[in-house]
Design a protein around this ligand. Sequence first.
Ligand code: DOR
Ligand code: ZN
Length: 344
Amino acid sequence: MTTQFTITRPDDWHLHLRDGDALNTTVAFTAQQFQRAIVMPNLAQPIINAELALAYRQRILNSTPDGSNFQPLMVVYLTDNTSPDDIKQASKSEHIVAAKLYPAGATTNSSNGVTDIDRLAPVLEAMQSHGLLLLVHAEVTDSDVDIFDREQVFIDKHLYAIRRDFPKLRIVLEHATTQQAIQFVEENDNTAATLTPQHLLFNRNDLLAGGIRPHNYCLPILKRETHRKTLIKAATSGSPKFFLGTDSAPHATHAKESLCGCAGCFTAHAAIELYAEIFETENALDKLEGFSSFYGADFYGLPRNNSTITLIKKQWQAPSYYSFGEQTLTPFRQETPLNWEIQR
Ligand code: DOR
Ligand code: ZN
C-alpha cells in the first residue's frame, strides 16, 4: 500500500480567489499547494481588460505569503463589448493567458457576461490569432432548459459551432460534468477540460438525498452517478486532455446556508488531498501527476514546474470553518476526515 509519494508541484487551472480582504484568506491556501493558478475574472466588478487583470494580479501578489513564489495567471472576462483590440492588448502580457466566456446569468457574477454568442466571432478570431485560450462556462441559461441539461444543451447549441469555426483556438471546457462534455473533448483537437474534486467525488444524491447540503451546491450542478463515473474514467485515463481545475469558489458560510444559497464549493484547503483520495480509490495514483502537474501546463504551452510536493497517507480533519475576514468559510467535505496530507 502506498503511504507516501512525491509529484511535481501541481497547478490549479481553474480557481476563484475573490478580491479585497478575501485575498488574505484565499491566496495562502492555494499558494501552499500550487505553483500557478488560473484566476477567474468574475469579481463583482469583472476583470474585462488587460489593465484590470494586471492590477488584480498585483493585489494577489501583495497577498501572497512571504517565501512563496506562487504565480497567478490572469484571464479576461468576455462581455458583449469586448473588442478584438482588447484581446490584442491582453495577449501582449505574459501574465494574461486566456479569456473566459460566461453566458450572461449562468453563475456567480456573470450578469455582465455574453448575451449573444454568435456576435463573439471577431473576438474569437482575435483570440485564435493571438494565442489566447478560450475558457468556457458551458451552460445555457434559458429558463426552460432543465438545470441538469444545461451543459449538454450548451455543447450542442454553441460549442460544436465554435469548435468548427475556430479550429486552432485552444478551448478548455471548464468543470466538465457530463458524458456529453467528455465526449466533446475526446472528439476534438485543441480541446481540453478541467475536472473538479466535487464532480469527481459526488453525484446529485450528495446534494439532495436525505436533506439539502448547501456546501455541495455548485454550478454546473452535480449530476447523476453515470456521469460521475465517466468523469472518473477521463481523469484517471492518462489522457492529456483532462487536467486539474478545482473551481474552488469561496462564499461566506451564511451566503451558502441561506434562502437562496450561492453556488460554489471551497476546496482550496485540501485540493490535492481530495484528488489523491479520488485517484487512490480508482487504483490510479500513478496517473495523478500527469493530471495535476503536466497536462494543464502542456495544453497552455507553459513549462512544467521544477519543484515537488510530497503527500503522506494520514487522516486529518478539516475544521468546521475557517475565518474569512469578519465572516466564516465552510470547507467542502468537512464532515469526513481526509486521508492524505501534504508534507510541510
Ligand atoms: O459553483 C460555481 N461557483 N460555479 C461557477 O461557475 C462560479 C463559481 C463562483 O464564482 O462562485
Ligand atoms: Zn469557476
